[in-house]
Design a binder for this molecule. Structure first.
Ligand code: NAD
Length: 285
């Protein structure tokens, strides 16, 4: 069984980004610049934003974190995003989700300039993914595809099953697998018999947000299992995935652990996206 090491793969990708940043900064005269906005003090968001700052430090990407109070109005947040859109020295803009309820996430996402949308959530970037035109790819699905590559798994001609159809993970992951020539089945809460579908999977991507929902009997021997879930084990309270790792790992050809699988790749891909946005902007001048 291959344990797909997301931590090591992410470290290698960040090192690649660091070298490219050094080289490009010498040419352009400045490093790429990522601006991150956090609204409020949601504990998970505080951790995610801190991890993004750390990854910027490692890769040599300049980081500005803007913290706004919970009661910030939608208007004020949109104005801040527009200010960053106009700033020629900002290459990437990320607004940490979730936002407080009184702010429309979709309005905020639509306001970020497409070319600075390092998360790849802007409708035009989403359209670009689906229409195969230039776009910024969303970080988590991009990380999933890189992990498959590292494990030596070519999706071409394989039966891939994706559980979850969110805009952030499931839907774009399914599209990327399709573009890599897998035959893709998408599952969700209305899927009549989930185990029937998962047992057919040669590549199983699970992004449901349900601790350990995929048990050994739901996986066929030799499957490649990518666990995107970031859940809490109801018994131990520890971080775990959507896959019952102990049960499934012995059956799998390859599997990602949680933590240390897809999670670190998401941030490494964010760094890569920031570099790509910066290169596109500075080389287009
Ligand atoms: P979401 O809640 O938006 O979507 C969950 C999807 O799973 C839905 O489409 C739903 O239909 C499906 N689903 C839920 N329960 C199911 C069930 N019992 N059977 C079949 N389908 C079911 O969540 P999301 O934002 O896509 O995130 C999914 C998981 O991935 C969460 O645990 C989240 O924390 C994690 N996540 C991890 C990363 C990372 O970097 N590792 C990034 C984003 C999300």
């Amino acid at each position: 069984m291959i344990l797909i090491d997301g931590k090591a793969t992410a470290a290698a990708l960040k090192e690649e980004v660091r070298i490219k940043v050094l080289d490009a900064a010498a040419r352009v005269g400045r490093a790429p610049h990522l601006a991150v906005i956090r609204v409020g003090e949601d504990p998970a968001s505080v951790v995610y934003v801190r991890n993004k700052e750390k990854a910027c430090d490692v890769t040599g990407i300049r980081n500005t974190t803007i913290v706004l109070p919970e009661e910030t109005t939608e208007e004020a947040l949109l104005a801040k995003v527009q200010e960053l859109n106009r700033d020629p020295l900002v290459d990437g803009i990320l607004v940490q989700l979730p936002l407080p309820r009184h702010i429309s996430e979709s309005k905020v996402i639509e306001t970020i300039a497409m070319e600075k949308d390092v998360d790849g959530f802007h409708p035009l970037n989403v359209a670009g993914l689906w229409q195969k035109t230039p776009h910024v790819s969303p970080c988590t699905p991009k990380g999933i595809m890189k992990l498959l590559e590292v494990a030596g798994v070519d999706p071409k001609g394989k039966r891939a099953v994706v559980i979850g159809r969110s805009n952030i993970v499931g839907l774009p992951a399914a599209k990327m697998l399709l573009d890599a020539n897998a035959t893709v089945t998408m599952c969700h809460t209305r899927t009549a018999n989930l185990a029937d579908e998962t047992r057919r999977a040669e590549i199983l991507v699970v992004a449901a947000g349900k601790a350990k929902m995929i048990t050994a009997d739901m996986v066929s021997p030799g499957a490649v299992v990518i666990d995107v879930g970031m859940d809490r084990d109801p018994e131990t309270g520890k971080l775990c995935g959507d896959v019952d790792f102990e049960g499934v790992a012995p059956k799998a050809y390859a599997i990602t652990p949680v933590p240390g699988g897809v999670g670190p790749m998401t941030i490494a891909c964010l760094m890569e996206n920031t570099l790509e946005c910066y290169l596109r902007r500075t080389e287009a001048r």
